[in-house]
Design a protein around this ligand. Structure first.
Ligand SMILES: C[S@@+](CC[C@H](N)C(=O)[O-])C[C@H]1O[C@@H](n2cnc3c(N)ncnc32)[C@H](O)[C@@H]1O
Length: 247
């Protein structure tokens, strides 16, 4: 895997990637949802909906959303699953969860989505305890991807799915070039001007430089022990959904 030395230096300066990421999302929690809608031109809602459908929780089942943030993926899973489905949303950043809790209260979903502080690389749940595990735009932020997927595999019941929605590397040359122009130049500019967060919205493209391409991520999930791993590109490969199963 590639190394981004400038970013590694920033992580070291604050005591590690986890601390850096937690601080960063803590600072942008208040503008996070608005910036997502603007920077993705509203597509992020559609991406989470597709992810929720691939997770396919059945009536009455309980899913886990890692890096739940402001709870948008958990909400999408609830809206796209049968009655009685519940979600546990875990995140290391309390400020993101606080925004999520207010949203759940407004939507009357507090009794179906339980938001908790927790680390995706050390999940505080017993083995085989949830019926599916998902994450959206989270695994790019993990210190050790293999450890993260091993933990997801551990906590899901046999036959259940582990799903990951992440920004990816569009395979097409022309579209890929346009995407990189937008993602590396324009998106950080929006973040700086509208979100008033230069450092934070420059982390976004930088965190992708070292992130594996979709076929490599599939291999990482397989090495962690997941079976039948498939990935699906959305919108020309701007994002990819990876889904694997616990045998
Ligand atoms: C880009 S946000 C995604 C939030 C949400 N999933 C969404 O779809 O909008 C990434 C989230 O992952 C969380 N995160 C990063 N590392 C984590 C870890 N090791 N364990 C749990 N959450 C983590 C961050 O605090 C942040 O809220």
């Amino acid at each position: 895997m590639k190394t981004n030395f400038a970013l590694e230096e920033k992580f070291r300066a604050v005591g590690g990637k986890r601390t850096y990421v937690k601080g960063l999302f803590g600072r942008i929690a208040g503008v996070y949802d608005l910036m997502n809608r603007l920077m993705s031109l509203g597509l992020d809602i559609y991406w989470r909906k597709r992810a929720a459908r691939y997770l396919a929780l059945a009536t009455g089942e309980t899913g886990l959303d890692l890096g739940a943030g402001t709870a948008d993926l958990s909400i999408s899973v609830i809206h796209n699953s049968g009655p009685g489905t519940k979600m546990i949303g875990m995140d290391i950043t309390p400020e993101m969860l606080a925004v999520g809790r207010k949203k759940l209260k407004r939507m009357g979903l507090e009794d179906r989505i339980d938001l908790r502080v927790g680390d995706a690389e050390h999940i505080d749940l017993p083995d085989n305890s949830v019926d599916g595990c998902c994450s959206a735009f989270t695994v790019r932020n993990l210190t050790n991807l293999h450890q993260g997927f091993s933990e997801m595999l551990r906590v899901v019941r046999p036959g259940s799915r582990v799903l990951c929605l992440e920004i990816s590397h569009p395979p097409g040359k022309i579209f890929g070039g346009l995407f990189y122009l937008y993602f590396y130049k324009l998106a950080p500019l929006f973040g700086t001007i509208i979100g008033k967060a230069f450092e934070e919205y420059n982390y976004l493209p930088n965190s992708l430089t070292t992130f594996p391409k979709a076929p490599e991520l599939k291999t990482i999930m397989e090495e962690a022990g997941l079976s039948n791993v498939h990935y699906y590109y959305l919108n020309g490969g701007i994002v990819a959904i990876h889904v694997g199963t616990k045998a």
